[in-house]
Ligand binder design. Structure first.
Ligand code: ZN
Length: 217
């Protein structure tokens, strides 16, 4: 047992600071994962303090709202590898990563990402994405590598903090327009393999070619 210190007392600075913390106005930040409101709000990326949160629902039953179950792919040591789906997965900065059937490009990000994989029931799984709110100067990149030999094919980058999420998607759409409209861009100069077209995280916007690509990679 330590003896109470005789001179122990809260400084007036700490007292004021603690009073300020306790009086801070904040909203309750809670998520009901199965509510329609959450499904809509987090279908892209939604700010929560200095984090961005996204929800991606995966379904095995065709016809229900959600993405087809797919693999989590990363490019590591010059190879495309499927990372096993575990409860918690981390993507380190600058590691190209692609979630099959969810988005049709390799995302290369300067910040770390964390994903939580929840099993909702036998037919449904949910991925909760957590990443830092884009800081000044941080770039997101949309990239494509040959799926056969991993040679670089095409890439665009966007400074998300400067242009916001609207600008992020605008740059993405421009990249898709270039990549999808030109077979030369999508054909590997090293091995000749033709890459499927790119697609976004919004399946309801798919044209038939994008829908086809979403089902296969
Ligand atoms: Zn190739």
């Amino acid at each position: 047992m330590t003896e109470p210190r005789e001179n122990a007392q809260l400084s007036s600075e700490s007292f004021d600071l603690m009073k300020q913390f306790a009086g801070q106005k904040v909203a309750n930040m809670t998520m009901d994962l199965l509510s329609e409101e959450s499904k809509m709000r987090y279908r892209s990326f939604y700010p929560c303090g200095d984090l961005l949160i996204g929800l991606r629902y995966h379904e095995t039953k065709p016809g229900r709202v959600g993405f087809k179950m797919g693999r989590s792919l990363k490019i590591i040591d010059g190879q495309i590898v499927a990372e096993p789906r575990k409860d918690v997965q981390f993507t380190l900065p600058l590691v190209p990563h692609h979630s099959e059937h969810v988005y049709g490009f390799w995302h290369i990000n300067e910040a770390q990402e964390m994903t939580l994989n929840l099993k909702l029931d036998d037919e449904r799984r949910l991925t909760v994405l957590v990443e830092g709110f884009p800081e000044k100067g941080r770039k997101d990149r949309f990239a494509w590598y040959c799926l056969n030999c991993v040679a670089p094919l095409y890439m665009t980058e966007v400074e998300t903090s400067r242009v916001g999420l609207g600008g992020y998607y605008a740059v993405q759409e421009d990249a898709f327009a270039v990549f999808n409209s030109d077979e030369k861009v999508r054909t590997c100069k090293q091995c000749g393999t033709l890459h499927p077209v790119a697609y976004s995280i919004f399946p309801w916007k798919d044209n038939p070619q994008e829908k086809e690509a979403r089902s296969c990679w």
